[in-house]
Design a protein around this ligand. Structure first.
Ligand code: KDG
Length: 311
């Protein structure tokens, strides 16, 4: 058995080294992106056994990504390197405030061709937990079907499923389709983890309480709404609580914070922590992520996490 199973597309991330419009940037740093693999990296740094199922092009970028995952200690035995197919990549700008501009080069990528046939039931049955985001199922009908099948299987097998809607309207094409499909996935999740603005878009509710009530109505055991610097609101069964944001010195880039948050929550629960302590761990890792330019380099290991928890 292992702790956490993940699907998802990993991409090469080229981050602008200087501010300004992307067309004028001369220097980029090569890093990695992908919401699900970000969660995997954050979990592996905390010592979880993570296994990732995906496809990559058998090209230089694909080999780079697989290498990074293996160096993080993640099992890549379910990652296929596909000849004559391409690995996706994305560009990200550098900003001094707010969310950075991004540009995708991922349509037709190796990962986007996955279908429900790529589900390895024997592999998934060995996992304690499955984490899903709204990005991979947005790629294609096949990746959506694969996500649904994996969530259904995980529930039948008695494991837990977490779901971060991670809204990417550009990938869905239509806001209505995005809402319908993501709320469909939420019905198959035990823990739903929207941001406040995302929750508003998906449910129509204006408050964290309203968002939580919506997803409880769809059957979620726990709903944790991310409130940015204000922390997070959690509704678990009949009880609800607020965990204040962990102090941040300087926000450099918010991308990757939600993934760190999910990893903190999952790792807390798998370690047997109660919900309060798990949400607190989630806010600490989210805070680490916003202080760096890439998605993953801020994620702490156990030693650093303990230091931050005590500080
Ligand atoms: O959550 C972080 C992701 O948004 C980023 O790594 C890129 O997966 C990504 C996407 O599709 O936007």
């Amino acid at each position: 058995t292992f702790d956490v199973a993940l699907f998802g597309e990993m991409m090469v991330l080229l981050v602008a080294a200087e501010p300004g419009p992307l067309e004028q940037v001369n220097t980029f740093h090569k890093m990695t992106a992908g919401a699900e693999t970000n969660v995997g990296i954050a979990l592996a740094r905390l010592g979880a056994n993570v296994s990732w199922a995906s496809r990559l092009g058998d090209d230089t970028m694909g080999r780079y990504l697989k290498n990074v995952m293996q160096q993080e200690g993640i099992d890549c035995s379910r990652v296929q390197m596909v000849p004559r197919e391409r690995t996706g990549f994305m560009l990200k700008g550098k900003v001094t405030e707010g969310d950075p501009p991004i540009e995708y080069y991922r349509s037709g990528s190796a990962a986007s061709a996955m279908t429900a046939d790529d589900m390895d039931v024997e592999w998934l049955s060995q996992a304690r937990h499955l984490h899903v985001t709204g990005i991979f199922p947005a790629l294609n009908a096949g990746t959506f079907a694969l996500t649904v099948a994996a969530m259904q299987h995980m529930r039948r097998a008695g494991g837990t499923v977490s779901f971060d809607p991670n809204l990417r309207p550009a990938l869905w094409g239509s806001a209505d389709l995005m809402r319908t499909r993501l709320n469909e996935l939420a019905t198959l999740a035990d823990w739903v983890l929207p941001g406040l603005e995302e929750g508003h878009i998906l449910t129509g509710a204006d408050t964290e309480e309203g968002i939580a009530a919506f997803y409880q109505g769809l059957g979620a055991q726990a709903v944790v709404v991310k409130l940015g610097a204000r922390g997070a609101f959690a509704q678990v069964g009949d009880s609800s609580f607020l965990v204040p944001g962990y102090p941040v010195e300087r926000v450099v880039d918010t991308v990757g914070a939600g993934d760190g948050f999910a990893a903190g929550l999952i790792s807390g629960r798998l370690d047997g922590l109660d919900w309060q302590a798990s949400v607190r761990r989630a806010t600490i890792i989210g805070a680490c992520a916003v202080q760096v330019a890439g998605d993953t380099e801020g994620y702490p290991d156990r030693v650093r996490l303990a230091e931050l928890d005590e500080a």
